[in-house]
Design a protein around this ligand. Sequence first.
Ligand SMILES: Nc1ncnc2c1ncn2[C@@H]1O[C@H](COP(=O)(O)OP(=O)(O)O)[C@@H](O)[C@H]1O
Ligand SMILES: [Mg+2]
Length: 368
Amino acid sequence: MTDGTREADREVLRPHAEQEYAQELARLAELDERPRPPGWKLSPWAVTTYLLGGELPDGTVVTPKYVGPRRLVEVAVATLATDRALLLLGVPGTAKTWVSEHLAAAISGDSTLLVQGTAGTPEEAIRYGWNYARLLAEGPSERALVPGPLMRAMRLGAVARVEELTRIPSDVQDALITILSEKTLPIPELDTEVQARRGFTVIATANDRDRGVNELSSALRRRFNTVVLPVPASAEDEVEIVSRRVAQLGRALELPDASTGLAEIRRVVTVFRELRSGLTEDGRTRLKTPSGTLSTAEAISVITGGLALAAHFGDGSLRPGDIAAGLQGSVISDPVSDRVVWREYLETVVRDRPGWRDFYQACRDTAL
Ligand SMILES: Nc1ncnc2c1ncn2[C@@H]1O[C@H](COP(=O)(O)OP(=O)(O)O)[C@@H](O)[C@H]1O
Ligand SMILES: [Mg+2]
């Protein structure tokens, strides 16, 4: 990469993982002496270290990207070193997309070979399309063919990503079966095929809550090893995840240092965990649960939004008043039932909790 591109990378709103962590990846590659599967930029060990963080023999610190059970990451990485594809499953906000991007960046150095699954994803997105002007002018030819991300990944021997696999209509999903079982993509119009180079594999993500939307066919499911990403095990883990990510986003957005906001981060995480589980931290009070997910990812945006308020309209430190609106906004996604749940929580738990008076007041003042 030239200095010119680096400069350009800094200007983009959201660099790809392989751009943002280019230095860590380069260092890992240099020091990595373990065997690399064909087509891989790093050994499975180094990929795991990139994801979970660690210190390299030369003192380079690799920042953790994912906070969670090591075994789970090892299983995911080991799967990709076989001929099976990987399915990351979990409720929203459990870092499925995040982990898939970082795995692709570490394994192939390219996380951009991506199909976004929706109810409207056409078969061309999985296979290939045509440049119609050329197709009409010249007939079907290699030049008129527009390869999709999977075809490009097959040619490169790289990781392709399929987001929200279960939202894709079943007949379109089926286009993946040949690709995954035969590692071949036929192009009948040209009487030819693309054979995947070594290193090609697929990481798909799917939302637990979408189960039943477009259930994976058993033929397709057999091609995947499934790894379920859990919600953070403890409040400390979740606070760590939120602080790290907020600090990172804050730097990119040039917001004030998030470390001043640790107390508020703890507070948001506590509220989210209690409402999610329907039980207060001390286990004493049962709570009604709101309809939304209250994911870690939402906690991250509540804090980031609060930091922006603090930076632009406050004195730069994060205070209860900066998070009250954002927090209530995420809790109350259904304006009727969730408002009742929130009111009850506010009056029975928040009001009398030691040290939470200012937060209680801020929520009352910004009552939604
Ligand atoms: N266990 C975790 N470790 C690190 N980051 C996490 C974790 N859980 C959530 N996050 C953060 O929350 C966000 C999760 O978003 P995303 O990957 O889009 O979730 P999903 O695809 O599962 O809905 C990411 O920005 C990520 O940084
Ligand atoms: Mg996702």
